[in-house]
Design a protein around this ligand. Structure first.
Ligand SMILES: [Zn+2]
Length: 250
């Protein structure tokens, strides 16, 4: 009997690049196999069934042939193309950045169920006009580092585990610091109580409940500073898509 190495995975296309004259190589973040790369034969021929399904943002089920060293895409059934983003340049570039960050964290053969769920819910929020894109960005960034196990400690002092009332935030220590331990930490900053509550909510709530609130401009600005500084400290990569996004939202 001949083994058929064909599997169906649930995932989202993070990136697509042309190969040769008619083909494409895509990167898919999957629930079952983590981040995989798959070859899509003929995906650039105008009448190929693989044209649309291999575009970034496509979310659904992908049937791939598993070779010894690589995957080949056979077919796909897409449940959400996030088509709204084709008419929304700003939203689309937020999307490209979110995918680059997810791709940076995701590993092959790793369980990336949480990260995929986060990315999917973040795209749902991105096409929802009621949630500001800036807020979506900081929620997503903070939750992505948290899902990856590098989130800040925002419930107790990171040095002594104490729950004293005056807690300050230290990016270098990676979380809150109490008044007793403050002397040993050089980069403490005071947070607005609403900002601290927002950080706690983002870190502790389920992915499904992440995008259910908005904040004041003051809290949004503080959230921006804290999350941006935190990522600068703990994410060791420069994202090209973020540079492009910055030129668009200025
Ligand atoms: Zn302490």
């Amino acid at each position: 009997m001949k083994a058929v190495n064909q599997i169906t995975v649930t995932g989202m296309v993070l990136a697509a690049a042309p190969v040769g004259e008619y083909d494409r190589r895509i990167v898919i973040l999957t629930k079952e196999r983590g981040k995989i790369s798959a070859f899509a034969r003929g995906a650039r021929k105008p009448n190929s069934a693989l044209v649309g399904v291999t575009s970034p943002f496509s979310f659904g089920e992908f049937t791939v042939y598993e070779g010894r060293t690589s995957y080949t895409l056979m077919s796909a059934s897409i449940s959400n193309y996030f088509q709204e983003l084709r008419l929304d340049v700003e939203g689309a570039y937020y999307g490209f950045y979110f995918m680059e960050l997810a791709g940076y964290y995701a590993r092959e053969a790793n369980d990336e169920t949480e990260l995929l769920k986060l990315l999917y819910q973040t795209f749902r929020a991105l096409v929802n006009p009621n949630i500001p894109n800036r807020l979506i960005r900081y929620i997503y960034e903070l939750k992505a580092v948290t899902v990856n196990g590098e989130g800040p400690q925002v419930f107790e002092c990171i040095c002594c585990r104490g729950k004293a009332s005056e807690l300050m935030f230290s990016v270098k220590r990676g979380g809150l610091v109490c008044s007793r331990c403050m002397g040993r930490v050089s980069d403490t900053r005071t947070l607005n109580p609403s900002t601290l509550y927002t950080l706690q909510y983002i870190i502790s709530s389920s992915v499904e409940k992440l995008y259910t609130f908005v904040v004041t401009e003051e809290v949004l600005e503080e959230l921006e500073t804290v999350v941006t500084d935190y990522l600068a400290e703990y994410v060791g990569k420069h994202f090209k898509s973020l540079d492009i996004l910055k030129t668009i939202i200025l």
